[in-house]
Design a protein around this ligand. Structure first.
Ligand code: NAP
Length: 258
């Protein structure tokens, strides 16, 4: 019960990593609010009484969500989006072709073909969402004189990701934001850290083809993708008092890939 008497909010917790974090925090004694953009998904994680529906990229919806909270000890900025199913098919097609080609003739050409709205949506959900939720959380945590914020970044921020420059940019922005806010609020007794997972098995990544998935294993010394529970364990460490002297850091569970 490492989080007994703590109140937590996990965004995007109706699926994958966020759901695993919410359930792990619950098992460790926290009262956990479960945010998601879809009510049914949020309610399935820990029940309807814990569900808070809001689009984290909408500052008005975020402010309304936080106005229902009286106390907040832990915020996990986890909500995220990846590619559309059509785009995943294209990514798989190019990635599989490149495995066979020498020299490579199937070029990614993501940046030259990306429209403004695709770029904006990626930045809005990840980077704006992290800022909007952090801003509201600090209005509660500052007067408390305590709190923990954990932001989901990605190995894409650390190493780049050829098929998703917008995603890598958003996640790298989150890393810089994490380090800055950690310094900003340390004197308030608030810790801010990031987690940068490598490939993790969740609904977000289930459309990666078997061939591309197999090829990715060659880049992971541990020879497997992460599970959502692996990331939840990292979040629990950062949320708990075991990490009392840890702030402004990035913990990257990635099986040794980086
Ligand atoms: P996931 O299974 O797709 O879960 C993300 C959840 O966030 C979904 O329920 C999604 O709803 C929700 N969401 C999307 N946009 C939202 C918004 N604007 N407001 C509120 N909720 C929203 O993905 P995951 O793999 O667990 O990823 C969780 C986090 O880890 C993300 O930030 C992701 O970028 C990061 N991450 C994942 C991996 C990986 O390999 N899986 C690796 C590194 C980092 P919908 O399903 O309706 O979109």
């Amino acid at each position: 019960m490492r989080l007994s008497n703590k109140v937590a909010l996990v965004t995007g917790a109706g699926s994958g990593i966020g759901r695993a974090i919410a359930r792990r925090f619950h098992d460790e004694g926290a009262f956990v609010y479960v945010n998601d953009i879809r009510a049914a998904a949020a309610e399935e994680t820990l029940g309807a009484d814990r569900a808070l529906v809001a689009d984290v990229s909408d500052s008005g919806q975020v402010a309304t969500m936080f106005s229902s909270l009286e106390r907040l000890d832990i915020l996990v900025n986890n909500a995220g989006v990846a590619e559309s199913p059509e785009r995943w098919r294209e990514v798989n097609r190019i990635a599989e072709a490149r495995l066979e080609e020498s020299p490579i003739t199937s070029h990614w050409d993501v940046t030259v073909s990306m429209d403004d709205s695709t770029w904006r949506r990626m930045i809005a959900v990840h980077l704006d969402g992290t800022f909007f939720c952090t801003r509201e959380a600090l209005k509660i945590m500052n007067p408390q004189g305590s709190g923990v914020i954990i932001n989901l970044s990605s190995t894409a921020a650390l190493a780049g990701l050829a098929d998703a420059p917008h995603y890598a940019a958003a996640k790298a922005g989150i890393l810089g934001y994490t380090k800055a806010v950690a310094k900003e609020v340390a004197s308030r007794g608030i810790r801010v850290n990031a987690i940068a997972p490598g490939f993790t098995q969740t609904p977000m990544t289930e459309l990666v083809s078997d061939k591309v998935r197999s090829a990715s294993l060659a880049t992971i010394p541990m020879g497997r993708w992460g599970q959502a529970s692996d990331i939840a364990a990292a979040a629990l460490f950062l949320a708990s008092d075991d990490a009392a002297y840890v702030t402004g850091q990035c913990l990257s569970p990635n099986g040794g890939a980086l």
